[in-house]
Each structure stands twice: as C-alpha cells, then as structure tokens.
Design a protein around this ligand. Structure first.
Ligand SMILES: Nc1ncnc2c1ncn2[C@@H]1O[C@H](COP(=O)(O)OP(=O)(O)OP(=O)(O)O)[C@@H](O)[C@H]1O
Ligand SMILES: [Mg+2]
Length: 353
C-alpha cells in the first residue's frame, strides 16, 4: 500500500499474542465494500445491501432510519451510486445544520430582491439536483413551514423560487434520513402525516452496530488501514483483550463511535503499533457522546472538539504528565501546552511534570 505521504505502510504480521490488522478481516472488507462503500458481512448488513440494490432501481422516495452514526448517509450515497441517476448529482442537505430562516432559500432558491441580502437570482438545491438525488438528512428537524413547501414540491414535481412567480419542473429523487421515529413524531403532531407518507414510500432500516457485532473486526481493519494510508499512523495489530472489548461494547454512537475509539487508541498505542485494551480508555464510549453532541457543528468545530478529546484522553492515560502525553501524541511538550491553551483543555497539575 502506498500512502500519499510516501510512508510505506507495513501491515505485516505482528508478534505472537497479537492479532494482526490483516487477520482481523481475513476475507476482506465484505462483498459490498467496493460497490457500496459498506464494510461488513453480517447477515444484517447483507440484507441491507440487497434492499439498497432493490430500492436503487426505482425513483420512489426512500426514508432511511437508523441510530446516530450507523451509516445512514453512506446508505443514501450507495442508493444513488447504484441508481440510473449515478451520472447526475447527489446533493446532500442537512436540516439540523442550517438555521431555519435559510433553509427555504437553500432548498427552493430565491429571486433577486426576495429578501434583504438576496443580491442575485439563485437556484435552490432542488434545481441543482435535477436529474439526480437530493438527500434530505435529519428530515425530522424540518420546520412546519418547510414541511408544507416540501410536500407541495414532492406532489407537484415543481419548485418556485422565493419571490419568483414562475414554477420550474424538476426531476429529483428524494432520499431522506432521520434518527427519529417519524411515525411517532407525526402521531404527536410534530411532523406532518401527509409528508411522512410521501417520504415513506420505501423504507430502509440501518441496524445498530450492537446488532451486527460480527462486522466489528472488518470495520476495525478498515479504520486502521485508513489511518495508515491517510495519516501515516501505522498500527500493526491488537491485543486479543482489546478486540474483545471492541466486540463487547454496545456502541451507542455506532460506527462513528467505533472510528473515534480506534483513532484515539491508535494515537495512544505503544510505539510498536500494537493497541492494548487500556488504550481504549476506561470508558470506551468516552468520545461517543461528545461526537454525537457535536455532530451538527461545523467540520472545524468538530475537529477542534476531537483534538481536545484526544488530548484529554492522552493526559488521563499518563496521569496528567504532559511530557509523556505529548510524546504519545507526537507533539513537543510546548506544542501540547499551546494546543491545550488554545482548546481550553485544563490538565491537572502534576508534580512530576
Ligand atoms: N458499513 C460501514 N462501512 C464503513 N464505514 C461505515 C459504515 N457505516 C458507517 N460508516 C462510517 O461511520 C461514520 C458515520 O456514518 P454516517 O455519517 O453515514 O452515519 P449517519 O447514520 O448518517 O450518522 P448521523 O446520524 O450522525 O448523521 C462515517 O465515517 C462512515 O463512513
Ligand atoms: Mg448523517
């Protein structure tokens, strides 16, 4: 394997008592990794993949349901990839990350002068996705007014930009996702029932990771290989107890939490590149809730939160000793101190430090 940085990635056999990364998934990343980007070969994942293939053929709206971090966006992309629309755009929109006031102009577009700041005509994402797929992520967060406009566009196949009388025909396949129980939300009057039925023509449930634990080793190998390729961080293997902990954990943050836990462990692992059980931290879920909480923040915000979390974990692992934590993170002691100040991480005073 030849990473971008020119570092040779050595995923060769590890020492006795260590499970080599290459042995985690002896039969590879599973039959759907290449075509769909979905790693794993549990019965639940296979079933999901065959449903994706079946649903990809039609243009009907799909509602993807699943817990946070379970892979809903990957599934949406896989549907598009297998669909006849593959040569056209896949356009994602996340309701949770854009303020309500901007959503309508973002989705439906606006005419010049439609509101203060609308200096030019602008097409909305429905027009951008014409011929392709529009991914409406966190649809459960759409406001009542956006829900009613969406319903109209879906029913009529036409959009009207804000402040513009003209209607424009669009041919858009909608794939929506939510971690909420939309049926319950609509019974409670928080989501329009008529829109729910329009979205729910086809449905896909992404199973939580704890219901397909067989996928954990292949996913772990996938994450570690990517770390090696992308960051030049070479992990050769895991102690069996570490793998056992990965298998036993309940993963409330699903695959994203697994990625975070392994990334953190990889940075904490000994210089020989072997992940031990204690590198996974006392509470495996440590990074999960943070990432879950931060998941709608900007990329920069999330990266900074993640950096802060890695630093806290390294400090904990070395009982607050900054020199050792810095070494484990590949930083100088001063570099670590600067980052701690910038990120607002307070290290406990360590007399030995
Ligand atoms: N089967 C899988 N194979 C490989 N990577 C996966 C798989 N499932 C999820 N991932 C990875 O896990 C992370 C979370 O996936 P994704 O963003 O699709 O989840 P989500 O359900 O949309 O999460 P959220 O509810 O937080 O938006 C991503 O980095 C994704 O690449
Ligand atoms: Mg998502």
């Amino acid at each position: 394997m030849q990473p971008e940085h020119g570092v040779t990635v050595a995923l060769e056999p590890a020492s006795p008592g260590v499970i080599a990364v290459t042995d985690l998934a002896p039969s590879g990343a599973g039959p759907h990794a290449e075509t769909l980007g979905l790693v794993g070969e549990s019965a639940a994942l296979r079933d999901l993949c065959s449903r994706i293939a079946a649903h990809a053929k039609s243009s009907a709206t799909v509602l993807i349901r699943g817990e946070t971090g379970s892979g809903k966006e990957l599934v949406a992309r896989a549907i598009h990839r297998l669909s006849p629309r593959v040569s056209r755009a896949f356009v994602p929109h996340n309701f949770a990350s854009i303020p309500d006031t901007l959503v309508e102009s973002e989705l439906f577009g606006h005419a010049r002068g439609a509101f203060t700041g609308a200096h030019a005509d602008r097409p909305g994402l429905f027009e951008v996705a014409d011929g392709g797929t529009l991914f409406l992520d966190e649809i459960g967060d759409a406001s009542a007014s956006v829900q009613s406009r969406l319903l109209r566009v879906i029913q009529e196949g036409e959009v009207r930009r804000l402040g513009d009388g003209r209607t424009r025909r669009v041919d858009v396949r909608i794939v929506a996702a939510t971690h909420r129980d939309l049926a319950a939300e609509s019974r409670a009057g928080r989501f329009r029932a008529d829109l729910f039925y329009r979205l729910h023509v086809l449905a896909l449930d992404v199973p939580p990771l704890r219901h397909r634990r067989e996928d954990i080793p292949a996913l772990a190998a996938h994450v570690l290989e990517r770390l090696a390729r992308r960051d030049g961080l070479v992990i050769r293997g895991l102690r069996p107890e570490a793998l056992e902990r990965l298998r036993a954990h309940d993963w409330p943050g699903n695959v994203r939490e697994l990625e975070a836990a392994l990334t953190r462990a990889a940075y904490l692992a000994d210089p020989g590149g072997i992940i031990a059980a204690h590198d996974l931290g006392a509470d495996l879920g440590g990074a999960g809730p943070l990432l879950v909480r931060e998941r709608h923040a900007t990329l920069r915000g999330r990266t900074l939160a993640y950096e802060a979390e890695l630093i806290r974990t390294a400090l904990d692992a070395h009982r607050g000793n900054r020199s050792r934590a810095a070494r484990a993170l590949g930083l100088t002691r001063q570099g670590l101190w600067k980052k701690m100040r910038r990120l607002g991480v307070c290290g406990s005073a360590d007399p030995a430090d």
